[in-house]
Design a protein. Structure first.
Length: 318
């Protein structure tokens, strides 16, 4: 192994909602771009070491007539194909979940159709999870109004096939804390709400338990951060929703603003790494960052957000 140092962000351009996965020894990252208006959407990157990234271009052939705002893609590998889950809509309204597929990790991915229920007016941040028994689940965020803290919250559904949901959602978590408030007096669905937001679910199984990481608060300010709930079953019930602040990642005033919307991947040193986005203090862009995830007796903690040179170990080249 050799020592390598990185300084966040590890990719200089806008790259929000980063999802990172490893295939045949290479890392791939895909995320939300500031404006996906070309023939292809969702920028794809590739790396040998999680630190140095090469752009591969757009990954998804743009489906026609379904919306202009493409958000938060994630990718699963099953049955020799790569499956992309993403949302599309117009602004913060009318988002639907869709699925696409490709024979190669970098794409191009071809859209296969809508996943979310036609009666669901807003669904985003689809995150596939494969359990040890081979069963797949889709975690995502959708709106709820029948709660003391209305807003966007987390659910999970079994996938009956890689391109089909069971349409039997189970609630993972709804907002319980003030730090999860998105905006007071927000006009939504023809009424005014004290709106809360939970989004960006990401599940990691550790020592037999299911940890659902999520981002809460307002993605445009310092309240946005990363926390988790935990369960003995992927469908829940999940516990640990009473944290008065984000425990895994939070703003470092004057250095890192609003870290969140993570994925988790095994790094070249065998450790788990959180891949997430964060604003610079001037809020010019959300960019991709990485930091080590450690499993402590008090729960998972990130050794970040870091903003100076940080060491990572990588294999030596032959």
């Amino acid at each position: 192994m050799q020592r390598l140092f990185y300084t966040n962000p590890v990719y200089a351009e806008y790259f929000a909602d980063p999802f990172c996965f490893r295939y045949e020894g290479l890392y791939y990252a895909i995320g939300t771009s500031p404006a996906d208006h070309g023939e292809h959407v969702f920028r794809m990157l590739r790396s040998n070491d999680l630190v140095n990234w090469t752009p591969l271009g757009g990954a998804l052939r743009r489906p026609a007539g379904i919306g202009t705002d493409f958000w938060a893609p994630e990718i699963a590998f099953e049955s020799g194909r790569f499956w992309m889950y993403y949302s599309v809509g117009q602004g913060d309204k009318g988002h639907q979940l869709r699925v696409a597929a490709s024979d190669r990790p970098e794409g191009p991915y071809e859209d296969l159709g809508r996943l979310s229920d036609e009666n669901c007016s807003f669904a985003i941040d689809a995150s596939p999870f494969r359990d040890d028994d081979g069963l797949w689940y889709l975690f995502y965020a959708r709106d709820f109004l029948d709660t003391a803290r209305p807003g966007t919250a987390l659910v999970v559904e079994p996938l009956s096939a890689m391109d089909r949901l069971s349409h039997q959602p189970e609630v993972v978590m709804r907002a319980t804390q003030d730090w999860q408030r998105y905006l007071k007096d927000r006009t939504m669905y023809g009424a005014v709400y004290d709106w809360h937001t939970l989004e960006g679910p990401c599940v990691r199984k550790h020592e037999g338990r299911y940890y659902c990481f999520y981002s809460g608060g307002n993605w445009t300010n310092e309240t946005y951060g990363l926390d988790y709930v935990v369960s003995d079953d992927p469908l829940g019930p999940y516990e640990g929703s009473d944290s008065p602040m984000p425990r895994t990642l939070k703003t470092v005033p004057g250095k890192v603003l609003g870290p969140g919307h993570n994925s988790i991947v095994e790094g070249p040193d065998g450790s788990d790494y959180i891949v997430y986005h964060a604003w610079d203090p001037e809020m010019t862009a959300r960019r991709m960052c990485i930091d080590k995830l450690v499993w402590t007796p008090l729960g998972p903690r990130c050794l970040g957000p870091t903003y100076g040179p940080t060491e990572i170990l990588v294999e030596r080249e032959a």
